[in-house]
Design a protein around this ligand. Sequence first.
Ligand SMILES: C[S@@+](CC[C@H](N)C(=O)[O-])C[C@H]1O[C@@H](n2cnc3c(N)ncnc32)[C@H](O)[C@@H]1O
Ligand SMILES: [Zn+2]
Length: 332
Amino acid sequence: MDTKQEKIVCLGKTFATEEERRVYFRNELRSKLPELKKIDGFPIGEDDDIIALSDPPYYTACPNPWLNDFIDEWEREKVSKKSRNISFQVNEPYGYDVKEGVNNPVYNAHSYHTKVPHPAIMRFLLHYTQPGDIVIDSFAGTGMCGVAANACENPDAETRHKIEAEWKAAFGQLPFWGRRNALLSDLSPIASFISHNYNSKIDLEQFLNSSDELFAKVERECNWMFETSHSGKVKGKINYTVWSECLSCPNCNNEIVLYNAIADNKSNFLSELFHCEKCKSELEKKDCDKITATIYDDFLNSSLTQIKYVPVLINYSVGTKRHEKKPDANCM
Ligand SMILES: C[S@@+](CC[C@H](N)C(=O)[O-])C[C@H]1O[C@@H](n2cnc3c(N)ncnc32)[C@H](O)[C@@H]1O
Ligand SMILES: [Zn+2]
């Protein structure tokens, strides 16, 4: 998919714009929904929402009816790929340690549990497949396997250099660079949505404009929540606030703010033992019950009982300098 090209060709059909392509395939998806809904595990959601979220045929927020069409197209394409070797065979498993950190801007663009850095996956794709091959990841999470399949065509300089050095040492030759085609799927709608965004070409200018607009809007609406008074009229920007549990003294029922009782600000240590300010008895956390508070949740329309937490420390910045203070009347 190329957002800048004149004519858009998608699964054998030609469109003047991406929007035209999207409208055509969204209508197609709508007509296929009754059949797709018979598939076990079809997501719970309104038809209009599923259609609006989807960018068919590349991404559908439900089972994708075009998977076989993509496979057919990729199978046809690969016949003419010069970088392919008819006698390609994998005779040995990939048996080398793969070490990849997570300090990678692609990885960090969106967090997800058990996420794998894409250069790690590239090693396996380069070993087991050749350009034009199709890989399927049906537990794709945020789609890092797809990112890796694309990056096999155009790796960043550092990854290319690292992998080529490994390949020369292990196999005495360079890997076969070139795009692999990935089919990605996941049970979780949010995972496949993130995966779609990781694996689609975007209009960078439009993206930057929209994200700047969004950041400005969020700042306008939410900045006040992160302001705290420093001195006089000077305001600081809160980096984080520490909240503490509240406990009840087993001897006199006095309310104890745990952090205040155990934190020694001079030594930066937290002690196991502390004293009740009122009855002076020596206590440990395990001796005390946690104090709870009952709140009414407007969204759930019911009462909830929660452990009582209070703010005990604010870390904030004025310019580039960081400060800390106990919450005061003008802080939050
Ligand atoms: C370990 S995570 C994959 C993370 C992925 N490697 C990445 O880089 O983001 C496993 C994924 O499998 C999905 N999953 C679990 N059971 C599944 C099932 N029966 N069908 C499809 N996906 C499933 C989970 O939603 C989760 O996103
Ligand atoms: Zn007490």
